[in-house]
Design a protein around this ligand. Structure first.
Ligand code: FES
Ligand SMILES: [Fe+2]
Length: 368
C-alpha cells in the first residue's frame, strides 16, 4: 500500500506509521538465505577455461566454460573424498579431480574413475543452472525445477551502447539484508556521502514508499535545487538549478536498481534538458555474513567520454566504499558486542523494513 513519509519526522515508533498488516517479522543476519532466486555468480569474462572457485549461499561452487563457451556451475567438492574440484583440471568439457582422477561431465555425471577403469553408475556432482545475461552470469542455487530464465533480472541499459557505464565490485563482510536496507535508505546520504550524492536539500525532500509486485519502490523529487556534484559535474550543469528525481527499487534479493533523473529547465544551447542515470547494484550472499557485490553506474549521454568515465568511477567508488566501510563496521559491532540490542526504527526506516519483511516471508516460505 502506498504511503508518504515526510522528512524530517520525529516519530519515534515505526509501527505507528505503518498499516496494521505491515507489522510482521523482518529478515536479519540470522534469517535463512533465500535460495529460489537468480543471483549473480560472476562477470561473464571471469568464467573461462580455468576453473574458478566461489561460494554462494554457503555452498562451494566451481565455475568454468565448456569448449563451446557455455558456462558450467557445479559443486566444488568431489563426491569421493571432498577434494575441491576447482583444484583439478579441465580435459575437454570434463572436470578431472586432482586427487584420484574422477572425471565429471558438464552435467555433473561421472564419466570415468581411473582406479576402477569405468564410471560408477551412481556417482555425480550436483550442478546448478547458470546463464550469461548482459555483463553477468546468473546462477540458481534453489530448487532446479523452479529455475525459470524468465525470472533473470532484466537490465538492458548495461548492454546498450548508447549508455555509458562504469562499474566495480567488492567483497563485503556484512549480511545482504543490511546491504538491501542500506540501498533503500536514502536518509544516510548527507551524512555518509556528503561529498557525492548527499545534499541537505535532498534529505528534506518528500519521499514516497510503496510495494509493487513484490518490489519496494521509493520515489522522491526535488525542484529548483542545485545538482549534486556526482551528477552535475560530469554533465557540466553545476551553475544550473535543476529538478532532481529518483526512484530506488528493491527488485529482488539479488538486485537493487535506482534511477536518477536530473532535468534542466533552461539548458545551454545544444545541451540536453534531461540527464538519466541508472544505477544497478547486484549482490549475492556468500554466507549469512559476507556478500559478493557488483555495481554499475550508467548514463544516457556521452557514453564514450573517458573523462566522464574517470570521474564517475572515482566518485562512485568513493561513495560505495563509504557504504561498504559502514556496513562492515556495523557487522563487526553486531557480531562482537556482547550485550544484545533491539535496534530502534523510525518512520523514515519504513522502506528498509518493507524490504526486510518481504525477504523474511520469502525465506520462511522456503522452510515449509
Ligand atoms: S577425491 Fe576426487 S577422486 Fe578422490
Ligand atoms: Fe550509501
Amino acid at each position: 500500500m502506498a504511503s508518504t513519509l515526510d522528512h524530517p519526522r520525529s516519530d519515534n515508533a515505526i509501527f505507528a506509521a505503518m498499516e496494521p498488516h505491515d507489522c510482521g517479522s523482518f529478515a536479519n543476519n540470522t534469517t535463512p538465505l533465500i535460495r529460489n532466486c537468480w543471483y549473480a555468480a560472476a562477470r561473464v569474462g571471469e568464467i573461462n577455461r580455468k576453473p574458478l572457485a566461489r561460494t554462494f549461499l554457503g555452498v562451494d561452487v566451481v565455475l568454468y566454460r565448456t569448449e563451446a563457451g557455455e558456462p558450467v556451475a557445479m559443486r566444488n567438492r568431489c563426491p569421493h573424498r571432498s577434494f575441491p574440484l576447482a583444484r583439478g583440471k579441465l580435459v575437454g568439457d570434463r572436470l578431472v579431480c586432482g586427487y584420484h582422477g574422477m572425471e565429471f561431465g558438464a552435467d555433473g555425471a561421472c564419466t570415468h574413475l581411473p582406479a576402477m577403469g569405468h564410471a560408477p553408475a551412481t556417482a555425480s556432482v550436483r550442478t546448478f543452472p547458470i546463464v550469461d545475461r548482459g555483463p553477468l552470469a546468473w546462477i540458481w542455487m534453489g530448487a532446479p525445477d523452479l529455475a525459470d530464465e524468465v525470472l533473470i533480472p532484466d537490465t538492458p541499459w548495461l548492454s546498450d551502447p548508447t549508455w555509458g557505464t562504469v562499474s566495480g565490485d567488492f567483497h563485503i563482510l556484512c549480511d545482504y539484508v543490511a546491504m538491501h536496507e542500506n540501498l533503500i535508505d536514502q536518509t544516510h546520504f548527507p551524512f555518509l556521502h556528503p561529498d557525492t550524492v548527499g545534499t541537505p536539500d535532498y534529505a528534506r525532500s518528500t519521499l514516497t514508499a510503496s510495494t509493487e509486485n513484490g518490489q519496494v519502490v521509493i520515489r522522491r523529487e526535488l525542484r529548483d535545487a542545485p545538482p549534486p556534484g556526482v551528477y552535475g559535474k560530469p554533465a557540466n550543469i553545476m551553475h544550473k538549478r535543476v529538478t532532481r528525481s529518483s526512484e530506488a527499487r528493491f527488485a529482488s534479493p539479488a538486485l537493487h536498481t535506482a534511477y536518477a533523473r536530473v532535468a534542466v529547465p533552461d539548458p545551454d544551447p545544444g545541451e540536453p534538458s534531461l540527464y538519466r542515470y541508472n544505477i544497478t547494484h547486484v549482490f549475492t550472499p556468500e554466507t549469512n555474513n559476507s556478500i559478493h557485490y557488483w555495481w554499475f553506474n550508467s548514463r544516457d549521454y556521452r557514453p564514450e567520454d573517458p573523462a566522464i568515465d574517470r570521474f564517475m568511477l572515482e566518485a562512485h567508488t568513493q561513495a560505495y566504499s563509504e557504504d561498504v566501510e559502514a556496513l562492515q563496521w556495523i557487522n563487526a559491532v553486531v557480531r562482537t558486542d556482547g550485550e544484545e540490542q533491539f535496534d530502534l526504527s523510525f518512520a523514515p526506516d519504513k522502506p528498509g523494513l518493507m524490504a526486510r519483511r518481504i525477504m523474511y516471508r520469502l525465506a520462511m516460505s522456503e522452510q515449509d
